[in-house]
Design a protein around this ligand. Structure first.
Ligand code: NAP
Length: 255
């Protein structure tokens, strides 16, 4: 057992956990007894706030600042978790970005690559590191991976961010393919596809109030809260979903 390893071997990594859906997921996992790695990119204060809330509630976590679209930083992230928490048993690939709303013809090649690289490469790199540790073929004891896709993978996000939607389509395919590859190696791989959720992400698209504008178009007649997505992620990560792999849950109010 490595230093600080939790006695029940429940170790979770949540990427992009300083804010929004990732933060709520990290707090829920900690409440369920996981030692949690709160990963983030820039926002030290927000990550420290999540750490404080987890610790004050009696949970155990570390924060690791790392750009998960970089293979070098992902390797450092997983090595830190190995050392400080123990072998990862749950990975939540949540980190993601979108950019200013516009039509495809206005999207630069540089922006397209940046969005795809951040949203897809991060998921690919973290899945690789997790499989190396979880797979029974590599001496691991299995685990669960939950990818955070989006309803955008189905809608295509026309006139808003087709690049973002395409990145989420790639995550859906990666989820299905990896799930089938590692099903016999003790690893379950699933995804959530949230709809319109109240987080600060929409401000990055230039419309902080986007969820309220579109709320009446949602069959349940309201936007979703980050905690409602986190609950779905927690269920997919848990033993309660022991016969579920390659599947998707859409916390989207019926959209
Ligand atoms: P958010 O509030 O904007 O938070 C994004 C998080 O990702 C932050 O913690 C940010 O860290 C982190 N991050 C961004 N780039 C990163 C990188 N390269 N490496 C590490 N961390 C990085 O977003 P959210 O709304 O909670 O969204 C979370 C996930 O849900 C995303 O994948 C998003 O596509 C998906 N989603 C959201 C909605 C929605 O309506 N909100 C709907 C469908 C799907 P810093 O704080 O350090 O910047």
């Amino acid at each position: 057992m490595t230093r600080n390893q939790s006695p029940n071997d429940k170790v979770a990594i949540v990427t992009g956990a300083s804010r929004g859906i990732g933060a709520e997921t990290a707090k829920l996992l900690a409440r369920e007894g996981y030692s949690v790695c709160v990963n983030y990119l820039n926002n030290d204060a927000a990550a420290q706030q999540v750490e404080r809330e987890i610790t004050e509630a009696g949970g155990h976590c570390i924060t690791v600042k790392a750009d998960v679209s970089s293979s070098v930083e992902v390797a450092r992230l997983f090595a830190t978790v190995d050392e400080e928490l123990g072998t990862v048993s749950v990975l939540v690939n949540n980190a993601g970005i979108l950019m200013q709303q516009c039509q495809l013809e206005e999207i630069s090649e540089e922006r397209f690559l940046h969005v795809l690289h951040t949203n897809v490469m991060s998921c690919f790199l973290c899945c690789k590191e997790a499989v190396k540790r979880m797979s029974t073929c590599h001496g691991g004891t299995g685990g669960a991976i939950v990818n955070v896709s989006s309803g955008a993978s189905k809608s295509g996000s026309p006139n808003e961010y087709v690049d973002y939607a395409a990145s989420k389509g790639a995550i859906d395919s990666l989820t299905r393919g990896l799930a089938l590859e590692v099903a016999a190696e003790g690893i379950r791989v699933n995804a959530v596809r949230p709809g319109l959720i109240y987080t600060n992400m929409h401000a990055a698209g230039g419309e902080p109030d986007r969820v309220n504008r579109l709320a009446s178009k949602i069959p349940l007649q309201r936007g979703g809260e980050a905690i409602e997505v986190a609950e779905a992620i927690l269920w997919l990560a848990s033993e309660k979903a022991s016969f579920v792999t390659g599947s998707f849950i859409d916390p989207a109010g019926g959209l």
